[in-house]
Write a protein that binds this ligand. Structure first.
Ligand code: FE2
Length: 215
């Protein structure tokens, strides 16, 4: 299993602290062992079940969020210097683990991948924290997992958590909003046509009533 995890997550080796690195491996091994999905599946399944015709895979999306997190952190550290202290090991471990709980969210019904009842009741920020706690990940990493999604919007995030949250959403929202935007435009066009049409009808009936009155 270790080799399989290394194959999908070469980024785990970016973590310098060996104890932290080992714990991240253990979390992913546990999640895959308790999931209906294999590591091969993760390279194939769409990253979201909410987006129609999604061709971006789960692993592509998750790796992108990790790479973006590291790039953002590096630029912030370079430009802000001592004004911005970022723990890169914590940031990388958190970014790699934000969706580890998703592996427990899925089930296969009639050959189709779907979200299980447990997955709906306890979304992956919660199941992810549970996995991370099982293997003794520090609170700073559990915080990134817990607060990475919309559930964390009501709380305060650490700098590492803010970066990972935005890196995750910036690689998700363009897909979601592209669909929303298209729908919005269609609706808007329909409303314009209806409004124009109803205005014409009103004008027509107004003209008719004037003519009628004139008669
Ligand atoms: Fe997530």
């Amino acid at each position: 299993m270790r080799e399989k995890i290394k194959k999908i997550w070469p980024e785990i080796e970016w973590i310098k602290d060996n104890d932290l690195k080992e714990k991240v491996y253990l979390c992913w091994e546990y999640a895959v062992e308790n999931s209906v999905l294999s590591t091969e599946d993760l390279e194939k399944i769409p990253f979201s079940l909410l987006i129609d015709n999604c061709n971006v895979t789960f692993m592509n999306h998750k790796r992108t969020a990790v790479h973006l997190s590291v790039e953002i952190a590096n630029i912030m550290q370079k430009n802000f210097g001592d004004e911005m202290k970022i723990n890169m090991d914590i940031l990388i471990a958190g970014a790699i683990l934000i969706d580890v709980g998703k592996l427990l969210e899925y089930e296969i019904v009639d050959g189709k991948l779907t979200t299980s009842k447990e997955g709906k009741l306890l979304r992956h920020p919660f199941s992810g924290v549970s996995i991370a706690d099982r293997f003794g990940l520090p609170a700073e990493v559990q915080h990134i997992i817990a607060y990475h999604s919309k559930e964390g919007d009501l709380g305060k995030r650490t700098v590492e958590s803010i970066i990972v949250h935005h890196a995750d959403f910036v690689s998700f929202e363009p897909f979601k909003d592209a669909v929303t935007l298209r729908l919005y435009n269609c609706t808007q066009i329909t409303l314009i046509i209806l409004k124009k049409h109803s205005e014409n009808l009103l004008n027509l009936s107004h003209l008719c009533s004037i003519q009628k009155f004139g008669d």
